[in-house]
Design a protein around this ligand. Structure first.
Ligand SMILES: [Cu+2]
Length: 169
């Protein structure tokens, strides 16, 4: 049996190790001190048949600044762009417009993914083709509007991040 004092020392050591691990994970993932503003990754629009005039757009947004909010979006390719959430109601997945947009906490990455929050392009004015670039302007509560090129792709296709980096110009 270890004395209480020894146990406290062990607990303190474990706690320190735990804090170190957390700090390492945090720095390695989404918080880069050299980056500023809003960072965009993996922006893509779902390819839909010609007959469909609505589609979803997906994106990852990392906010390197202070608390912000994605408030609205617009595009020349669609009559309206809405911010939607998916919610299960009585076993059915349903979409709902997020009137307040999506909160972007400081130094966090939020993901708009199929089955989750997404941008809804309503009233498509052009037929989508695989690989086509669709510019969508994102409007924030604090940050300046950002024009982002979304790549048209199919579900499950790996989307390259390389051409989608768009820092806060
Ligand atoms: Cu939707």
């Amino acid at each position: 049996m270890k004395s209480l004092k020894q146990r406290v020392v062990i607990m303190k050591k474990l706690y320190l190790i735990f804090v170190l691990i957390l700090t390492t994970i945090h720095c390695g993932d989404e918080s880069h001190s050299d980056k500023k503003g809003i960072e965009i990754q993996g922006a893509w629009v779902r390819l839909v048949p010609k007959s469909s005039n609505v589609t979803g757009a997906y994106i990852q947004i990392t906010n390197h600044g202070e608390l912000d909010r994605l408030q609205a979006a617009r595009s020349d390719i669609a009559e309206t762009v809405e911010i939607h959430e998916m919610k299960e109601t009585e076993g059915m997945m349903q979409m709902r417009k997020l009137e307040q947009g999506i909160e972007l906490p400081s130094h966090k990455r939020i993901r708009l993914l199929p089955g989750g929050n997404h941008l809804m392009l309503i009233g498509l004015k052009k037929e989508l083709k695989p690989g086509m670039k669709v510019p969508i302007v994102l409007e924030f509560a604090k940050s300046a509007p950002l024009s982002v090129e979304f790549t048209v792709g199919e579900m499950g296709e790996p989307i390259s991040d390389s051409h989608n980096h768009d820092h806060n110009h």
